[in-house]
Design a protein around this ligand. Structure first.
Ligand SMILES: Cc1cc2nc3c(=O)[nH]c(=O)nc-3n(C[C@H](O)[C@H](O)[C@H](O)COP(=O)(O)OP(=O)(O)OC[C@H]3O[C@@H](n4cnc5c(N)ncnc54)[C@H](O)[C@@H]3O)c2cc1C
Length: 196
């Protein structure tokens, strides 16, 4: 069991004018302390400005939640340090790939980790043994195009295949028009996105 504090609310709070469901979460986080810690230990981009937070408040859904901050990691170490800092400060974390989710999966009062900008490389493509290893921010079509050169493909293809990333596909257990042939993502055997 986690030792983190679980925020509780009174039902009457929900009836107060101007109440937003996630407000109480942000109030409990020492945002300035978290900012200082993230700036100290992360080499990638650490954004607490209103513009960035506004930009990451939405995905392809109708939901909107302004995040606490956005971290754009340049390495797996950055991600590990971000998660450790958020845990220390009791801040929720939320990963983001292409942000094409339609049910608000990428909107929350959390520290958003955007994998798509730097951690988007094909680490290994092995046509002989028919496998690939990719970083979580790799776009679906980038792998499909690379594999096509060897007469291979990646099966699960959501309609957003030009923009969606492997981390996001895994998070949503995505499938597409070829799902009957290739099965959904998890059924297709991809259980872990590796960063290398
Ligand atoms: C027009 C349209 C058509 C669509 N068609 C389809 C379709 O045919 N089939 C289908 O399945 N879906 C479809 N979708 C939904 C969506 O595009 C897919 O599910 C897509 O694969 C999501 O990928 P993404 O990179 O955008 O994920 P995101 O939206 O960025 O993230 C999805 C989930 O994964 C989590 N996540 C992201 N990266 C990581 C990571 N590195 N580690 C852990 N968790 C992570 C996120 O927190 C979130 O919960 C459609 C959406 C739109 C707007």
């Amino acid at each position: 069991m986690s030792a983190s504090r679980i925020p509780l609310i009174a039902p009457d709070d929900l009836k107060k004018p101007g109440y937003e469901p996630a407000q109480h979460l942000q109030k409990q986080v020492d945002v300035r302390g978290l900012e200082a810690e993230l700036r100290r230990c992360v080499h990638g981009e650490v954004r607490f400005d209103a513009g960035s937070r506004g930009m990451y408040a939405v995905d392809a859904s109708n939901y909107r939640q302004v995040p606490i901050a956005v971290v754009i990691p340049k390495s797996l170490e950055d991600v590990i340090r971000t998660v450790a800092a958020c845990r220390r400060f009791g801040a929720p974390v939320l990963s983001r790939g292409g942000g094409t989710s339609v049910a608000g999966q990428c909107c929350n009062v959390a520290v958003v980790i955007d994998w798509s900008k730097y951690l988007h490389n094909i680490v290994e493509l092995n046509p002989g043994e028919k496998y690939a290893r990719v970083q979580p921010g790799t776009i679906c079509d980038h792998l499909r195009n690379a594999a096509e050169a060897h007469g291979l493909t990646w099966g699960p293809d959501p309609a957003t295949h030009t923009h969606c990333a492997f981390g996001g596909m895994l998070g949503n257990n995505s499938c597409g028009t070829h799902a009957q042939m290739a099965r959904s993502l998890k059924a297709a055997g991809l259980e872990q996105c590796t960063a290398g």
